[in-house]
Design a protein around this ligand. Structure first.
Ligand code: URA
Length: 234
Protein backbone atom coordinates (compact mmCIF):
# COMPACT_ATOMS: atom_id res chain seq x y z
CA UNK A 1 0.00 0.00 0.00
CA UNK A 2 1.22 3.53 -0.77
CA UNK A 3 2.43 5.42 2.28
CA UNK A 4 0.00 8.34 1.74
CA UNK A 5 -2.95 5.91 1.56
CA UNK A 6 -1.85 4.22 4.77
CA UNK A 7 -1.65 7.57 6.55
CA UNK A 8 -5.11 8.49 5.25
CA UNK A 9 -6.53 5.09 6.27
CA UNK A 10 -5.10 5.58 9.73
CA UNK A 11 -6.97 8.88 9.93
CA UNK A 12 -3.75 10.88 10.22
CA UNK A 13 -4.50 13.18 7.28
CA UNK A 14 -6.03 13.32 3.83
CA UNK A 15 -3.82 11.85 1.11
CA UNK A 16 -2.84 15.33 -0.02
CA UNK A 17 -1.86 16.47 3.47
CA UNK A 18 -0.08 13.14 3.98
CA UNK A 19 2.00 13.91 0.90
CA UNK A 20 2.94 17.26 2.41
CA UNK A 21 4.00 15.50 5.63
CA UNK A 22 6.07 13.04 3.61
CA UNK A 23 7.69 15.81 1.53
CA UNK A 24 8.68 17.68 4.65
CA UNK A 25 10.45 14.61 6.02
CA UNK A 26 8.08 14.01 8.94
CA UNK A 27 7.35 10.39 8.05
CA UNK A 28 9.73 7.46 8.59
CA UNK A 29 9.39 3.89 7.42
CA UNK A 30 11.44 1.63 9.70
CA UNK A 31 14.77 3.47 9.87
CA UNK A 32 14.59 5.67 6.77
CA UNK A 33 12.71 8.84 5.85
CA UNK A 34 9.72 8.05 3.64
CA UNK A 35 9.59 9.39 0.08
CA UNK A 36 6.54 10.34 -1.96
CA UNK A 37 4.83 7.36 -3.59
CA UNK A 38 6.76 4.81 -1.53
CA UNK A 39 5.03 1.52 -0.74
CA UNK A 40 4.75 0.01 2.72
CA UNK A 41 4.25 -3.61 3.73
CA UNK A 42 2.12 -4.92 6.59
CA UNK A 43 5.24 -5.54 8.65
CA UNK A 44 6.84 -2.10 8.15
CA UNK A 45 6.92 0.26 11.10
CA UNK A 46 5.72 3.75 10.21
CA UNK A 47 6.53 6.82 12.31
CA UNK A 48 5.13 10.36 12.21
CA UNK A 49 7.35 12.94 13.88
CA UNK A 50 9.19 10.05 15.48
CA UNK A 51 6.03 8.53 16.96
CA UNK A 52 5.10 4.98 15.96
CA UNK A 53 1.72 4.79 14.25
CA UNK A 54 -0.21 1.82 15.52
CA UNK A 55 -2.17 0.00 12.84
CA UNK A 56 -5.14 -1.03 14.91
CA UNK A 57 -8.55 -2.02 13.64
CA UNK A 58 -9.97 1.23 12.26
CA UNK A 59 -13.47 2.42 12.93
CA UNK A 60 -14.67 4.71 10.21
CA UNK A 61 -16.54 7.85 11.09
CA UNK A 62 -18.53 10.09 8.77
CA UNK A 63 -19.98 13.53 9.52
CA UNK A 64 -21.95 16.13 7.64
CA UNK A 65 -21.40 19.76 8.66
CA UNK A 66 -22.92 23.09 7.76
CA UNK A 67 -19.65 25.00 7.61
CA UNK A 68 -20.02 28.66 8.55
CA UNK A 69 -18.14 31.35 6.63
CA UNK A 70 -14.98 32.73 8.21
CA UNK A 71 -13.65 29.27 9.03
CA UNK A 72 -10.84 27.35 7.30
CA UNK A 73 -11.35 23.90 5.89
CA UNK A 74 -8.20 22.30 7.31
CA UNK A 75 -7.26 20.26 10.35
CA UNK A 76 -5.00 23.05 11.64
CA UNK A 77 -4.21 26.55 10.40
CA UNK A 78 -0.72 28.02 10.51
CA UNK A 79 -2.27 31.50 10.80
CA UNK A 80 -4.23 30.51 13.87
CA UNK A 81 -7.65 30.95 12.25
CA UNK A 82 -10.65 28.95 13.41
CA UNK A 83 -10.93 25.62 11.58
CA UNK A 84 -13.87 23.34 10.82
CA UNK A 85 -12.51 20.92 13.44
CA UNK A 86 -13.91 23.14 16.20
CA UNK A 87 -17.46 22.32 15.05
CA UNK A 88 -17.05 18.54 15.40
CA UNK A 89 -18.87 16.81 18.25
CA UNK A 90 -16.84 15.97 21.31
CA UNK A 91 -15.25 12.53 21.31
CA UNK A 92 -15.19 12.14 17.56
CA UNK A 93 -12.12 10.49 16.01
CA UNK A 94 -9.43 12.02 13.81
CA UNK A 95 -11.57 12.90 10.85
CA UNK A 96 -10.59 15.39 8.16
CA UNK A 97 -12.55 17.45 5.64
CA UNK A 98 -13.34 15.89 2.27
CA UNK A 99 -12.27 18.55 -0.22
CA UNK A 100 -12.39 22.24 0.56
CA UNK A 101 -14.80 25.10 0.86
CA UNK A 102 -13.27 28.60 0.80
CA UNK A 103 -12.87 30.59 3.99
CA UNK A 104 -15.80 32.77 2.85
CA UNK A 105 -18.00 29.93 1.62
CA UNK A 106 -20.47 28.13 3.83
CA UNK A 107 -22.47 24.96 3.55
CA UNK A 108 -22.24 21.22 3.15
CA UNK A 109 -18.98 19.64 4.15
CA UNK A 110 -18.27 15.96 4.75
CA UNK A 111 -15.62 14.94 7.26
CA UNK A 112 -14.33 11.40 7.63
CA UNK A 113 -11.32 9.24 8.43
CA UNK A 114 -12.21 6.98 5.47
CA UNK A 115 -9.30 7.86 3.22
CA UNK A 116 -10.61 5.67 0.40
CA UNK A 117 -13.99 7.42 0.23
CA UNK A 118 -12.41 10.85 0.60
CA UNK A 119 -10.04 10.12 -2.26
CA UNK A 120 -12.83 8.93 -4.54
CA UNK A 121 -15.15 11.85 -3.79
CA UNK A 122 -12.45 14.44 -4.46
CA UNK A 123 -10.79 12.78 -7.45
CA UNK A 124 -11.24 14.88 -10.62
CA UNK A 125 -12.60 11.82 -12.46
CA UNK A 126 -15.48 11.40 -9.98
CA UNK A 127 -17.60 14.16 -11.59
CA UNK A 128 -20.00 14.19 -8.66
CA UNK A 129 -22.53 17.04 -9.01
CA UNK A 130 -22.25 19.69 -6.31
CA UNK A 131 -24.91 22.36 -6.05
CA UNK A 132 -24.32 25.87 -4.73
CA UNK A 133 -26.58 28.75 -3.85
CA UNK A 134 -25.00 31.93 -5.16
CA UNK A 135 -26.09 35.50 -4.44
CA UNK A 136 -25.02 38.23 -6.80
CA UNK A 137 -25.51 41.92 -6.10
CA UNK A 138 -27.91 43.48 -8.61
CA UNK A 139 -29.89 41.91 -11.41
CA UNK A 140 -29.00 39.06 -13.71
CA UNK A 141 -30.96 37.33 -16.49
CA UNK A 142 -31.15 33.66 -17.49
CA UNK A 143 -29.37 34.70 -20.69
CA UNK A 144 -26.45 36.14 -18.67
CA UNK A 145 -25.92 32.63 -17.30
CA UNK A 146 -25.39 31.07 -20.75
CA UNK A 147 -21.58 31.44 -20.79
CA UNK A 148 -21.45 29.82 -17.35
CA UNK A 149 -23.61 26.93 -18.57
CA UNK A 150 -21.54 26.28 -21.65
CA UNK A 151 -18.11 26.88 -20.08
CA UNK A 152 -15.91 29.83 -19.21
CA UNK A 153 -12.13 29.92 -19.35
CA UNK A 154 -10.34 29.46 -16.03
CA UNK A 155 -6.56 29.08 -16.02
CA UNK A 156 -6.66 28.65 -19.80
CA UNK A 157 -9.11 25.72 -19.66
CA UNK A 158 -12.86 25.76 -20.28
CA UNK A 159 -15.03 24.71 -17.36
CA UNK A 160 -17.27 21.72 -18.05
CA UNK A 161 -20.90 22.27 -19.08
CA UNK A 162 -23.02 22.82 -16.01
CA UNK A 163 -26.53 23.61 -14.86
CA UNK A 164 -27.46 27.06 -13.57
CA UNK A 165 -30.78 28.80 -13.05
CA UNK A 166 -32.13 31.84 -11.29
CA UNK A 167 -34.16 31.09 -8.15
CA UNK A 168 -34.90 34.67 -7.12
CA UNK A 169 -34.26 38.10 -8.55
CA UNK A 170 -35.05 41.70 -7.69
CA UNK A 171 -33.38 45.09 -8.04
CA UNK A 172 -31.02 44.47 -5.12
CA UNK A 173 -29.81 40.93 -5.75
CA UNK A 174 -30.16 37.70 -7.73
CA UNK A 175 -29.96 34.18 -6.35
CA UNK A 176 -28.78 31.35 -8.58
CA UNK A 177 -28.51 27.59 -8.15
CA UNK A 178 -25.47 26.23 -9.97
CA UNK A 179 -24.47 22.56 -10.20
CA UNK A 180 -20.90 21.78 -11.19
CA UNK A 181 -19.08 18.47 -11.54
CA UNK A 182 -15.56 19.80 -11.08
CA UNK A 183 -13.67 21.26 -8.14
CA UNK A 184 -11.23 23.87 -9.36
CA UNK A 185 -9.96 26.37 -6.83
CA UNK A 186 -12.67 29.01 -6.10
CA UNK A 187 -14.45 27.71 -9.16
CA UNK A 188 -17.93 29.14 -8.66
CA UNK A 189 -16.65 32.58 -7.65
CA UNK A 190 -14.33 32.67 -10.65
CA UNK A 191 -17.05 31.48 -13.06
CA UNK A 192 -19.19 34.44 -12.04
CA UNK A 193 -16.21 36.80 -12.18
CA UNK A 194 -15.76 35.60 -15.77
CA UNK A 195 -19.17 37.08 -16.62
CA UNK A 196 -18.38 40.26 -14.68
CA UNK A 197 -20.35 39.43 -11.53
CA UNK A 198 -19.11 39.41 -7.99
CA UNK A 199 -20.36 36.63 -5.70
CA UNK A 200 -21.62 38.20 -2.49
CA UNK A 201 -22.66 34.94 -0.83
CA UNK A 202 -21.85 31.31 -1.60
CA UNK A 203 -23.22 28.19 0.03
CA UNK A 204 -22.91 24.53 -0.99
CA UNK A 205 -26.35 23.00 -0.57
CA UNK A 206 -25.84 19.47 -1.90
CA UNK A 207 -23.35 16.84 -2.97
CA UNK A 208 -25.15 14.45 -5.29
CA UNK A 209 -28.46 13.69 -3.53
CA UNK A 210 -27.04 14.48 -0.10
CA UNK A 211 -28.56 17.73 1.13
CA UNK A 212 -27.79 20.10 3.96
CA UNK A 213 -31.43 20.25 5.07
CA UNK A 214 -32.00 20.44 8.81
CA UNK A 215 -28.52 21.56 9.80
CA UNK A 216 -28.11 25.10 11.06
CA UNK A 217 -24.94 27.08 10.44
CA UNK A 218 -22.09 25.45 12.41
CA UNK A 219 -24.06 22.27 13.15
CA UNK A 220 -22.62 18.84 12.51
CA UNK A 221 -24.07 15.32 12.80
CA UNK A 222 -22.92 11.79 11.98
CA UNK A 223 -24.06 10.60 8.56
CA UNK A 224 -26.73 7.89 8.58
CA UNK A 225 -25.93 4.38 7.33
CA UNK A 226 -27.92 4.89 4.13
CA UNK A 227 -26.20 8.22 3.48
CA UNK A 228 -22.78 6.58 3.86
CA UNK A 229 -23.85 3.77 1.54
CA UNK A 230 -25.09 6.36 -0.97
CA UNK A 231 -21.76 8.25 -0.94
CA UNK A 232 -19.83 4.99 -1.33
CA UNK A 233 -21.97 4.20 -4.37
CA UNK A 234 -21.27 7.53 -6.12
N1 URA B 1 -16.53 27.37 -5.55
C1 URA B 1 -15.99 28.43 -4.93
O1 URA B 1 -15.77 29.48 -5.54
N2 URA B 1 -15.73 28.32 -3.62
C2 URA B 1 -15.97 27.21 -2.90
O2 URA B 1 -15.70 27.18 -1.70
C3 URA B 1 -16.53 26.11 -3.57
C4 URA B 1 -16.80 26.22 -4.90
Amino acid sequence: MRINKLLADLGVASRRSADEMISSGRVQINSHTATLGENVEETDKVFLDGKLLVRKEKTEEYYIMNKPKGVVCTVSDDRGRKTVMSYLPEGCGRVFPVGRLDYDTEGLLILTNDGELSHRLTHPSSQIPKTYLVRIEGTLTEKDLNPIRSGVELDGVLTKKCKAHIVETNKAYTKVHITITEGKNRQVRRMFEAIGKNVAFLKRISIGQLKLTGLDRGECRPLKEQEIAYLKGL
